[in-house]
Design a protein around this ligand. Structure first.
Ligand code: ATP
Ligand code: MG
Length: 449
């Protein structure tokens, strides 16, 4: 959408569901007509060329079968901002069973929000039926959303979404963009704003507070004043959210190349303290400042399309206080901890956090292994044959990635990192298919310079 986009405001007839105890005539007179902003095809930049063929196929079949078929959520936002969407979701007034009937290659999923997945070779298109937010009044004691599987109108569907920038639709029937919530203006203003009352919406679903931080840091947007105030007021309620959702959101903040920005916002908004009191405590004391540099290096690495495992991403969070804990213990004892002691120490430190965050035992094990292996890499070099075996261990790659992030950001253990990096490279080359003869060659002494 360009700055000088012409936006036409139409009065849309909104299909509020008729209430049983009102005569139809009365309803027609009193039914509010909600103005929606409709941007015509020529006045926005959403183009079908940017929409995958499978998604267009689903949109068109729904439309030709007499249903409304809208592209919704992040894809409309991203296309309007000329960014590549992560995924393309579809909203429709066809019920899940009707969608299922239209597409042989589909299945209904989810207990709560029965969505339909239309499965193509190599991709899945998600279709959801317009739904409304469950009735909830401020005086309700328990506002957490537990069941919002109630179908609704497009307007209701837009309003139950989290932020105005995520509440836009693209209508395949006439290629217009439909805005019931002020999302277009907020994209122009580069603002993340909650739809509706932020206190209520954050109490209903505290993960939305983390999502606000995610979108602001990802898109380089400001969080709107009232929305920000509500995050500060409700920050401790993040602990009421389901731990696996919170963990997934933490990983999202780390894995996509904007973690430094995101963690700065988590810190400023007060969300970091309840989420990670251990990290917050260090940062508040102005210690472990390399943490910020580490996130910066991580972001650069991710932006270069290097795959970083979840265990390494989470270890980045754990490393500062694990490092601090071990160094304090060594100071107290006035000697270096032995490797076996480090291993036990790391386990004791991170176990309660893994429990709090509801990490699976597999993930916890991977984090422990990455951190423990890292400490092995910091030990003085050992005999070549055991180094060789060590490089082939499963956890080696994670530990080396972690050491790289740590060394490049703190300036410590840089020599250890270079040493292991070069050694691993030689092992890889020697074992690689391209140079099988290397393996057979007798070991030559390296000339010292
Ligand atoms: P991404 O680019 O990361 O996929 P997205 O905006 O598409 O961003 P999703 O998590 O894929 O985000 O969710 C799709 C849409 O569902 C959102 O755009 C938003 O409209 C709605 N949504 C997701 N999570 C929530 C929530 N917790 N509360 C209200 N609406 C939500
Ligand atoms: Mg999405």
């Amino acid at each position: 959408m360009s700055q000088d986009t012409e936006i036409s405001v139409h009065d849309l007839e909104v299909d509020l569901p008729p209430s049983d105890d009102e005569p139809a005539e009365f309803q027609r007179k009193t039914r509010p007509v909600i103005p929606a902003v409709i941007v015509d095809r020529g006045d926005h930049c959403v183009s079908r060329r940017e929409i995958p063929e499978t998604v267009l196929k689903v949109l068109y079949r729904l439309h030709r079968s007499g249903y409304r078929a809208y592209l919704c959520g992040g894809s409309v936002r991203d296309l309007l901002m000329r960014r590549t969407p992560k995924d393309f979701d579809i909203a429709t007034d066809a019920h899940p069973a009707e969608v299922r009937k239209l597409f042989r290659n589909s299945r209904i999923i989810g207990r709560r929000f029965r969505l339909v997945h239309v499965v193509f070779q190599g991709s899945v298109v998600e279709v959801s039926t317009f739904r409304r937010e469950p009735e909830s009044r401020p005086e309700d004691r328990e506002l957490l959303v537990t069941d919002d599987n109630t179908f609704g109108t497009p307007l209701e569907d837009a309003r139950r979404r989290d932020f105005t920038i995520n509440g836009l639709f693209y209508n395949i029937a006439d290629f217009t963009v439909i805005d019931y919530v002020g999302g277009l203006a907020d994209i122009e203003r580069r603002t993340v704003r909650v739809i509706g009352d932020p206190d209520l919406r954050f109490r209903e679903d505290p993960v939305r507070m983390m999502r606000a931080v995610e979108f602001a840091s990802r898109l380089n947007f400001e969080i709107e004043g009232e929305t920000y105030r509500a995050i500060r007021d409700h920050r401790t309620e993040i602990m009421k959210a389901s731990a696996p959702r919170v963990s997934e959101e933490i990983l999202e903040l780390l894995r996509r190349g904007w973690s430094k920005n995101a963690f700065a916002m988590l810190t400023e908004s007060g969300l970091l303290e309840p989420l990670f009191p251990e990290v917050h405590r260090l940062l508040r004391r102005n210690e472990a400042l390399y943490f910020w540099k580490m996130l910066e290096v991580l972001d650069r690495t991710v932006q270069l399309n290097r795959k970083i495992s979840d265990a390494v991403l989470l270890s980045v969070l754990f490393l500062p206080f694990v490092m601090e804990g071990i160094e304090e213990e060594e100071k107290r004892r006035r000697e270096r901890l032995k490797l076996g002691e480090v291993i036990l120490f790391v386990r004791d430190l991170i176990q309660p956090i893994c429990q709090r965050m509801a990490f699976s035992s597999a993930v916890r094990h991977q984090i422990e292994q990455a951190l423990e292996t890292l400490w092995r890499l910091l030990e003085p070099p050992v005999e070549r044959r055991s180094m060789w075996r060590f490089v082939n261990r499963e956890q080696f790659a994670d530990a080396l990635a972690l050491l790289e992030l740590f060394a490049l950001s703190s300036g410590r253990y840089v020599d250890s990192f270079r040493h292991w990096q070069q050694f691993a490279l030689r092992v890889k080359r020697a074992e690689g298919d391209l140079e099988p003869e290397l393996k057979r060659q007798p070991r030559r002494r390296r000339r010292r310079h």
